[in-house]
Design a protein. Structure first.
Length: 404
C-alpha cells in the first residue's frame, strides 16, 4: 500500500501537494487554487494527462509557458515519475538511489523506475522529518513530500547508504529435561574366527578361436560373399539426383518450367519423399510495423495515422528525415493562399503528440473544449490531446483522435 507523507509548509509562498490513491503531484506557488483543484480531481484516473491538460488550459498550450511540477504514480512493481524544472526527485530502488530532474529539459523528464521503493522531493533548503504527516487524499501546502511503497519511513534528504539491520537474537530454547541414563549393555562376546575357505579353481581361458561379439560385428561390416572363385563385396547404392527445376513430359525429356499448375512435378514428389521442406524467401527485408499513435482527421476528408511524423501544408516538402524515415506529406487546398507550403508539423515524442507551427505567415489556432482558442507560438512544440482541433486557415481544420 502506497503511503504519502508531507512536511507542512513554513513559508509564505509554499508548493502545494495534491494526493490521490497511488499518486501525487506537487505544483509551485504560481499555480492557482482552481487549477490545483482540477488536477487533484482527475489525478487518480488520468495521471500525467490530467496535469498537462489542466496546466495548458490555465497557462496556454505552449510547453514553454507551463509551470514546474513533480509527479509520482504507482505503476506495476515500480513508480512512473515526471519532473519539470530544477526540482530533484530522489527515487530509492533495490539497486540504489536514482535522481530525476528536469534541469536542461525543454519539456519534462519522465521515466518508469522499476523496483522503486520510495520517491521524495524537497522544495525548501531543509525540512524537519519529525514533523511529517500522512496524506491520504487532498491538497496541502508542503515543504517536502514522499511516496513510500515499502511501508518504511525515511528522511527527505538524499538517502544515505543503507545499513543492514542487526539480526534479532533468537529466544533461548528451554533446557532439555534430563534423560535417565541407559542401562549398561553386556559386553559383546567375541565371535569365532571364520574358517579359511580354499581358493576357487581358476576359470578356463577362452578358446583362442572364439570370436568376441564386437569382433564378430566388425567382421560383419566387412563381410564378403564367395561363390567359387568370385568374390563379391557389398557396395552402397548409388544416389540418383532428380532433374533440377524440370518436369518430365511425354518421352522422358526434361523441360524446365513446363507446369500447368495442377500437375505435381517429379522433382517435387521426390523431394517430398526425402522429407525436404520448401524454401521460402527471407523476411529480413520486410520493415517492422510502426505502432500507431492515434490519427488526424482533416476537414477535407483525409484521415492520416500518426505512425510517422506528418507535415501538413499547401504544397508540403521536406528534406529532413529521422534516420531512414521520411515524414508523411499531406497536401490541402488553400484557394486564398492562407495556408503556407509547409504549415504545421505533427510528431510523436515518447508517449505524447506535439504540433509545431512552422513559422507561418497567418499562424495556427488550437481549440480545446472548455478553453479559449490559443494561437500557437511559431516553431515552439505544443502538446495536443484527443479532441483538440487545429485551425490552419482557409477553412481547413485538423482534429486529433485516439491519441495516447
Amino acid at each position: 500500500m502506497a503511503e504519502v507523507r508531507y512536511v507542512p509548509a513554513t513559508g509564505a509562498e509554499p508548493w502545494r501537494v495534491a494526493a490521490a490513491p497511488g499518486a501525487l503531484v506537487a505544483l509551485p506557488p504560481n499555480v492557482s487554487i482552481p487549477t490545483i483543484d482540477a488536477v487533484w480531481r482527475r489525478l487518480g484516473e488520468r495521471g500525467i494527462g490530467a496535469v498537462i491538460e489542466a496546466l495548458t488550459g490555465a497557462f496556454g498550450t505552449s510547453l514553454a509557458a507551463i509551470p514546474d511540477f513533480v509527479l509520482v504514480i504507482v505503476e506495476g512493481d515500480g513508480l512512473r515519475v515526471a519532473v519539470r524544472g530544477p526540482i530533484e526527485l530522489v527515487v530509492e530502488t533495490e539497486a540504489g538511489p536514482v535522481s530525476v530532474s528536469g534541469t536542461g529539459v525543454s519539456t519534462w523528464a519522465e521515466r518508469l523506475v522499476p523496483t522503486a521503493q520510495r520517491a521524495s522531493a524537497l522544495f525548501v533548503g531543509a525540512a524537519d522529518e519529525a514533523a511529517s504527516l500522512p496524506l491520504v487524499d487532498g491538497v496541502v501546502p508542503a515543504d517536502a513530500v514522499s511516496l513510500d511503497v515499502s511501508g518504511a519511513r525515511a528522511g527527505f534528504r538524499a538517502p544515505a547508504v543503507a545499513v543492514a539491520a542487526a539480526p534479532v537474537a533468537p529466544e533461548p530454547e528451554p533446557a532439555p529435561e534430563p534423560q535417565p541414563e541407559p542401562a549398561p549393555q553386556p559386553e559383546p562376546v567375541a565371535e569365532p574366527e571364520p574358517v579359511a575357505q580354499p581358493d576357487p579353481d581358476p576359470e578356463p581361458e577362452p578358446d583362442s578361436e572364439t570370436v568376441a561379439p564386437d569382433a564378430e560385428a566388425a567382421a560383419s561390416e566387412d563381410q564378403v560373399m564367395i561363390w567359387g572363385e568370385t568374390i563379391v563385396r557389398p557396395t552402397a547404392a548409388p544416389v540418383i539426383e532428380p532433374p533440377d527445376e524440370a518436369t518430365l513430359v511425354s518421352g522422358g525429356t526434361p523441360v524446365a518450367g513446363d507446369h500447368d499448375g495442377e500437375t505435381i512435378a517429379v522433382a517435387d514428389i521426390r523431394s517430398a519423399r526425402r522429407g525436404e521442406s520448401p524454401v521460402y524467401e527471407s523476411t529480413e527485408i520486410v520493415p517492422a510495423r510502426r505502432i500507431a499513435r492515434g490519427r488526424i482527421r482533416i476537414s477535407d476528408g483525409q484521415v492520416v495515422e500518426l505512425d510517422n511524423t506528418v507535415i501538413v501544408g499547401r504544397r508540403p516538402r521536406s528534406s529532413r528525415s529521422t534516420g531512414d524515415t521520411l515524414p508523411t506529406l499531406v497536401a490541402v487546398d488553400s484557394p486564398d493562399q492562407d495556408i503556407s507550403r509547409n504549415h504545421v508539423e505533427i510528431r510523436a515524442e515518447g508517449e505524447h503528440v506535439l504540433v509545431v507551427d512552422l513559422d507561418t505567415t497567418n499562424g495556427s489556432v488550437l481549440m480545446r473544449g472548455g478553453n479559449d482558442p490559443v494561437r500557437l507560438h511559431p516553431s515552439e512544440p505544443t502538446m495536443v490531446v484527443t479532441g483538440d482541433v487545429l485551425d490552419i486557415g482557409d477553412g481547413v481544420t485538423i482534429t486529433f483522435e485516439d491519441l495516447p
